[in-house]
Write a protein that binds this ligand. Structure first.
Ligand SMILES: N[C@@H](CCC(=O)N[C@@H](CS)C(=O)NCC(=O)O)C(=O)O
Length: 211
């Protein structure tokens, strides 16, 4: 079976996280454009891949994987030569899972709720992230020792959480605290990030020209 990863994505979407991850992993991949402007993500052909009608999704070794955090974790394991995940069962693996899941269940909803200025809820303790302030303070404390979430070793957790920090700062839903800015600058210096950005810009230009 081919080891090629098929990435269904759009250059202005969360699919950017997975595109960067594929470059970090050195994985063979094919980019399938799903144009959100033309609502291609709601076409029956794409809904057969991801019934949520959302990007990104990947198909790898015959299996569909959705959800950016899960995709990053899967790619790290499937392409171990890039050493983007600590060994299964190691103490570091626990921390690695912690920050990927924290990204998905705390950072992302806290940042999106703030960006959308969603009204306060009557029972914040029922929210997975509790309060925006607690989620952001916890993220800052996790990033402060540096250089990466797990210390010296860059992992898939940094691709995922680094992408969220980048998005949060861009839309001003995260305060530009020095810890966030320094971490973002560090992860964006990586050659794989630069390769991804260059390819993403080309895809964006191609999409605009076609549309
Ligand atoms: N939980 C998903 C979220 C994916 C998502 O919301 N993607 C957006 C683009 S950034 C989308 O496809 N939106 C189109 C829509 O919902 O109609 C993940 O982490 O991958």
């Amino acid at each position: 079976m081919s080891d090629e990863v098929v990435l269904y994505s759009s250059p202005m979407s969360r699919g950017r996280v997975v595109h960067w991850m594929l470059e970090e992993a050195g994985a063979p991949y094919r980019y399938e454009m799903v144009d959100l402007e033309t609502r291609a993500h709601k076409d029956p052909a794409y809904l057969a891949v991801n019934p949520m009608g959302k990007v990104p999704a990947i198909v790898h070794r015959g299996v569909v994987v959705t959800e950016c955090g899960a995709i990053c974790a899967h790619i790290a394991d499937a392409f171990p030569a890039a050493r983007l995940a600590p060994p299964v069962g190691s103490p570091e693996r626990g921390a690695y899972y912690r920050w990927i899941f924290f990204g998905a269940t705390c950072v992302e909803p806290a940042v999106i709720d703030r960006m959308l200025a969603r009204p306060e809820v009557s029972r914040p303790s029922a929210l997975s992230y509790g309060s925006y302030e607690d989620a952001v303070a916890t993220l800052e404390a996790a990033l402060r020792p540096g250089p990466f979430l797990l210390g010296q070793h860059f992992t898939a957790a940094d691709v995922y959480v680094g992408s969220q920090v980048g998005f949060g700062l861009m839309v001003k839903a995260l305060e530009p605290r020095p810890v966030f800015q320094a971490y973002l600058a560090r992860v964006q210096e990586r050659p794989a990030y630069k390769r991804f950005m260059e390819k993403n810009d080309q895809l964006l230009a191609k999409m605009k020209k076609a549309g």
